[in-house]
Ligand binder design. Sequence first.
Ligand code: SF4
Ligand code: SF4
Length: 231
Amino acid sequence: MKNRRDRLRIGHWRTSRRISSGTSGNLAHAAALTRLRQIKQRFARYIGRTYGHLAADCAVCPTPCCADAQFVNVNIVRLEAEAMLETLGRSQKHGPGTIQAVITRARAAITKYGLTEHGDTFATTYACPLFEPGVGCLVHWKAKPAACIQHGCYERWEDLPETKTQRAVERQVAALDEAVHGTPSVWLPIPLWLVRLVDDGLPAADITTSTDEVTDIRPTSCSVETARTLK
Ligand code: SF4
Ligand code: SF4
């Protein structure tokens, strides 16, 4: 496999941004988390089906982008962070203790990379605390951001996925977040939202569990669990 720098990558993960913070809305968390997962799974299936065969195989990547502190600038909304903590807290494979390890890495990332809630939150990059060496993305199956689902390495520019669908998915995610929390969404780097939720006393076990069937979203990028090959 070629070195990552020899291939074409989608630029920094970037998404639109709206500012505010919140009180509770009317939509129940269980329904919102279920809907969020369905939206992500449908998008992941589309990306995998349409572009997966053209992208590099993340499973054998020698330099995973998720750990690249000069590259990752993913911003998420509160509901996505809640879905991440729920996923970590209920993981039978990795165990609930994983939350503590992720939060420790998130706090370190905030300090090390100077992440703040002010200004252009997309301008500062960081190594993602959800990336586990030898494992990949710890929320790959259930709570990966749309920008991460979209992202991949390609040999040719013309093979890169279109971005219109990602934008539509992000608008859906923001609308869902607003519906459940009652105010416009706040987009922040992953470490900031995870730490804010934990510091606000929101352990994953307190998040109402969604009840939908877990669908395989394997054909997406950025995880050693993916199985894409480079043509
Ligand atoms: S998208 Fe996959 S192949 Fe490309 S840098 Fe990231 S982990 Fe490596
Ligand atoms: S794919 Fe997972 S580990 Fe990688 S940047 Fe996105 S959330 Fe973090």
